[in-house]
Ligand binder design. Structure first.
Ligand code: SF4
Length: 249
């Protein structure tokens, strides 16, 4: 069954999803036809979504971007989560040619040197694999929350993604961190041990640090950059990113 993915459908879904619980939101999207993909970073939000998908046996493809620079704890958690919920989490890796080209131009850790180099790295290690993960998808489920940072404060439950021609579904848009922790506790959801060591938001190892008390949840991501709105590009329209001179995108 082909799903309709346009602005009007996204708006109607946004209204419908607001009154449902997590399982209800996921079930509704999975019932609409078309391919539904959930991309997990293995963070606490995404572990809660994976738990709901696995527990309710929902027909949603679970995928992760295995950038090659993840923490060992994160990589270990992929396998542990698959075992606990008897699901497959499909790993999408960067292409060797893209990495070789990046390293030749910027160096392996060139992302510390400029925003352009950083976006180029996220381009080859995240954005291109994401495009492969979302091929043919009608719905893209994410764990974005309004409380994660100022530029996520207006996150809707459903929004039309014109660049990818799909509807992006943010099933946890209105959840706060305390609700997440309670869900994890009640349902024995496996979580990344780094959360307990001061990492509320976990990305690639060289680009994530623990935060200090009182800092925003995403302050430890690309902490050396001054832009308060820094993101990796997964959830930012391509046109809003700095121009990328490399062939990263
Ligand atoms: S988070 Fe860092 S290492 Fe990971 S893809 Fe982006 S720049 Fe590269």
């Amino acid at each position: 069954m082909t799903a309709i993915t346009d602005k009007g459908t996204a708006k109607a879904l946004d209204d419908q999803l607001a009154s449902l619980d997590l399982a209800g939101r996921l079930s509704l999207v999975a019932s609409l036809g078309g391919r539904t993909v959930f991309t997990t970073s293995l963070g606490i939000e995404d572990q809660v979504i994976t738990a709901a998908i696995g527990t309710h046996r929902l027909p949603i493809d679970v995928a992760t971007l295995e950038t090659g620079r993840l923490f060992k704890e994160t990589v270990d958690l992929i396998g542990e989560t698959e075992s606990q919920y008897d699901i497959t989490i499909t790993r999408y890796h960067p292409l060797k040619d893209d990495i070789d080209e990046y390293v030749a131009k910027y160096g392996m850790n060139g992302f510390y040197e400029s925003v352009e180099a950083r976006h180029a790295c996220c381009g080859v290690r995240k954005l291109k694999p994401l495009a492969r993960a979302l091929e043919g998808a009608s719905f893209w489920i994410t764990g974005l929350r309004r409380g994660q940072s100022g530029n996520r404060a207006e996150t809707p439950f459903a929004e039309f993604d014109a660049e990818r021609n799909l509807i992006k579904i943010n099933v946890l848009a209105d959840w706060d961190i305390e609700t997440l922790k309670a869900y994890v506790e009640e349902n024995a959801v496996p979580v990344n041990p780094l959360h307990a060591r001061g990492y509320p938001s976990i990305g690639c190892e060289p680009c994530t640090r623990a935060i200090k008390p009182g800092e925003p949840e995403r302050a430890g991501r690309w902490w050396w950059e001054n832009d308060e709105k820094r993101e990796c590009g997964l959830h930012v329209p391509e046109a809003a990113l700095p121009s990328l001179e490399s062939s990263a995108l």
